[in-house]
Design a protein around this ligand. Structure first.
Ligand code: CIR
Length: 254
């Protein structure tokens, strides 16, 4: 069974962390409706939603991807680079503990789930403003007994590695090469995002389909032409908070 762990939209989402964008007002009612459609799309694609309640203490709490890196064998609770977000992990760890043994990243390391892209037994990890070298080496030590290789990729100009690059399946990645050192991706077939849709590399592969924000019609066409099945969801209110589609769920086999 495929589980999608999600969390309700915080009424304080408008006070979210921002790194690359200027603050714009967020319509919370609209965000709640968009999140519902996102969850419905995950369900249509075969996932069972495990929803955590919204928590007003954490503006960014809906972005559940960042407090954890979940593998088939263990769940690693991250120590987020964004200090305001560090308390988000408690309820997530509690929920994940029913499915996986829990491991933890400790200070001074920082790492966020949006920086971790798994392809089989390889973990590509963004070295970003949110994830430091110590975070990457602690992760490497934690996953070594399970035979994962950890490969660091420097990220610049965007929030996380997965803002710039996501694995689509079929040995293919969708990438904005302006934001990462792409040498580590040389074994993949690369699809470059269209120049006027620089934020479209963040997509979720679920079952046979890809989920993509509705704001990126050219990327949709590109992916369809490459043979992928694409579903779109409107996540415009979350885009104002620098969120995409991967960040709003944790997908795990249970
Ligand atoms: C943050 O800056 O932490 C949030 N406003 C956005 C987090 C998005 N997370 C993700 O893409 N993995």
């Amino acid at each position: 069974m495929l589980i999608a762990l999600t969390r309700g939209v915080s009424p304080t989402l408008g006070n979210c962390e921002l790194q690359e964008l200027d603050r714009e007002p967020i319509d919370i009612a609209r965000a709640i409706e968009q999140h519902r459609c996102y969850e419905r799309c995950l369900e249509d694609l075969g996932a069972e939603i495990l929803p955590l309640p919204a928590d007003a203490r954490f503006p960014d709490g809906v972005f559940v991807e960042d407090p954890a890196v979940v593998l088939d064998e263990i769940a690693i609770m991250t120590r987020m680079g964004a200090e305001s977000r560090r308390g988000e992990g408690d309820s997530i760890a509690e929920a994940l503990a029913q499915f996986r043994p829990i491991r933890r990243i400790e200070a001074p390391a920082t790492i966020e789930g949006g920086d971790a892209m798994r392809v089989g037994k390889k973990l590509y990890v963004g070295l970003s403003r949110r994830t430091n070298k110590e975070g990457i080496s602690q992760l490497r030590e934690i996953v070594a007994p399970f035979d994962y290789e950890v490969i660091a990729i420097p990220v610049h100009g965007c929030l996380h590695l997965k803002s710039a690059c996501c694995y689509l399946g079929e040995q293919t990645v969708l990438t904005n090469r302006a934001w990462i050192d792409d040498g580590a991706l040389r074994d993949f077939k690369i699809i470059d995002v269209p120049a006027d849709e620089p934020r479209s590399a963040n997509v979720v592969r679920i079952g046979e389909a890809l989920m993509l924000p509705a704001a990126f019609p050219k990327t949709k066409k590109l992916l369809e032409t490459a043979g992928f099945q694409v579903r779109t969801v409107d996540v415009s209110e979350f885009a104002k908070a620098e969120g995409g589609v991967t960040c709003k769920s944790i997908l795990l086999d249970a």
